[in-house]
Design a binder for this molecule. Structure first.
Ligand SMILES: *Cc1c(COP(=O)(O)O)cnc(C)c1O
Length: 450
């Protein structure tokens, strides 16, 4: 078993030491606590102007929240404590009657969106949701199978994340370079190692995965499929991707702040009453205490808006991703999955090797106010983490601001100007700002509080 943790000289202490030195200098210059606070507020405002108004955000894990959802994040209830399960007898604290209302609305709304029998709202991150799944459904020393990072796997299902924390043996799911699972090789390995859990779902995600087939393969020894839908949660809720629970996954987790477009946190849903006890127990008291009720309120509001707008919003996201991929391909930018129709999700994966790799490409594009991220490709090793070959794009944010296929072609043109035609990114930047400013209004949502 190889460990995949990324280490280099800079990450020994974690944070970038030069950046922390910058902050110390600013605090010394500010001198007074009040001016120190103003430093914080000013940095937030600089980000809001640049990232919020002047950039074409193509970061796949990001989504803009609706005005109501954003407003609820600063609600009064965010300073209330509510440990425990919903209901007066279950809480540690008195005074939770309206919190029970908010949280029960959240649970029932999530069950509607995901067409599930059970849902939970207390995960402060999807990463914690994955740890809850491993806590509930595995024991230390068990074997699980998951996707390695170069084919899109996420650390939360690998030895360097919650699966590793739980002391699990992690065996790779065999995946072809086109990101499809090699089912024959999977069946052979699975029968040999008999995983109790198979984690599917990926951070780099272009096509549906064979949930039903894999669930069938592991059924004889009581193995289960766990779908980590962090990225695809919105697409699944909106009926624009496969439906893992209906296809036989025992449990599904996901990020509320990725395509689902709610507050950054986790969602977990399942149908089987037999695993309800262990999952609830893993969430509380094991992994959640105070769980940010303002965030729960925002999550519930996002779910209600999703019932109204989700299907159309998510369909447009996928259409835009396909349009962006096709336009990049037409400009001569190599796009992964060309032989499979490029994408069935919000993501587009660019092979950035002709442009000096993913890090170089992302840095050049950032200079042009086009925000993307470097990404491992199937041709990379996990150790290529800091200098991978790929670039990952996502269309969630540009879609919610109302952009459509013509704007995807425009964005592809700007990207090709920078990457392919070597134009000065600073010169491309003003065109990116213009395009962003042409679409100031968030769509697929109700008016504030309304
Ligand atoms: C983003 C991601 C996570 C972690 O989600 P957070 O909500 O950021 O904690 C887990 N699994 C996969 C596949 C992801 O892409």
């Amino acid at each position: 078993m190889t460990t995949e943790r990324h280490t280099d000289a800079l990450s020994v202490s974690g944070h970038d030491v030069a950046q922390l030195a910058w902050a110390r200098t600013r605090l010394v210059q500010a001198a007074l606590p009040r001016r120190m606070m103003q430093e914080v507020v000013a940095a937030v405002e600089r980000n809001a102007t640049w990232r919020g108004q002047e950039c074409l955000n193509l970061l796949a894990p990001e989504a803009p929240m609706s005005p109501t959802v954003r407003a609820l994040l600063s609600a009064e209830v965010g300073q209330r404590a509510a440990e425990g399960h919903i209901g007066p007898a279950n809480r540690w604290f008195a005074g939770t009657r309206h919190i029970d209302e908010i949280e029960s609305l959240a649970v029932e709304l999530l069950k509607r969106v995901f067409r599930s029998q059970y849902a939970d709202h207390r995960l402060v991150a999807s990463m914690v949701g994955n740890l809850a799944v491993y806590t509930a459904l595995t024991s230390p020393g068990d074997t699980v199978m998951s996707l390695p990072q170069p084919v899109g796997g996420h650390s939360s299902n690998r030895p360097d994340g919650p699966a590793g924390v739980r002391g699990l043996k992690v065996v790779d799911i065999p995946v072809r370079p086109d990101l499809s699972v090699d089912l024959d090789a999977f069946a052979e390995t699975a029968r040999r190692v008999q995983p109790c859990l198979v984690a599917l779902g990926a951070s780099m995600t272009l096509f549906p995965l064979p949930v039903a087939e894999m669930a069938e393969i592991v059924r004889p020894w009581g193995g289960r499929v766990f779908f980590d839908g962090a990225h695809q949660m919105g697409l699944i809720g909106g009926g624009q991707f496969q439906d893992p629970l209906a296809e036989g996954a025992a449990v599904m987790t996901g990020s509320a702040g990725k395509t689902f477009s709610g507050p950054q946190s986790g969602i977990i849903v399942w149908n089987d009453p037999e695993i309800a006890g262990p999952l609830f127990q893993a969430i509380f008291p094991t992994l959640a205490a105070t769980h940010q009720v303002n965030r729960v309120a925002a999550l519930a509001a996002a779910a209600a808006e999703f019932l109204e707008f989700g299907p159309a919003y998510m369909a447009q996201i996928v259409e835009n991703a396909q349009a962006l991929a096709e336009a990049l391909h037409a400009q001569g930018v190599p796009v992964w999955g060309a032989d499979r129709g490029f994408t069935r999700t919000h993501q587009v994966i660019v092979d950035a090797r002709p442009f000096g790799g993913g890090l170089k490409a992302a840095q050049l594009l950032e200079e042009a106010n086009i925000i993307t991220n470097k990404n491992l490709l199937p041709v990379d090793q996990p150790s290529d983490w800091d200098r991978p070959s790929g670039l990952r794009l996502g269309t969630t944010e540009v879609t919610r601001y109302g952009m459509r296929a013509p704007e995807m072609r425009r964005i592809a043109g700007l990207m090709a100007d920078v990457l392919q035609r070597h134009q000065d990114p600073a010169a491309v930047r003003s065109a990116a700002i213009d395009l962003r400013r042409t679409f100031p209004t968030l769509q697929f949502c109700f008016p504030l509080n309304g």
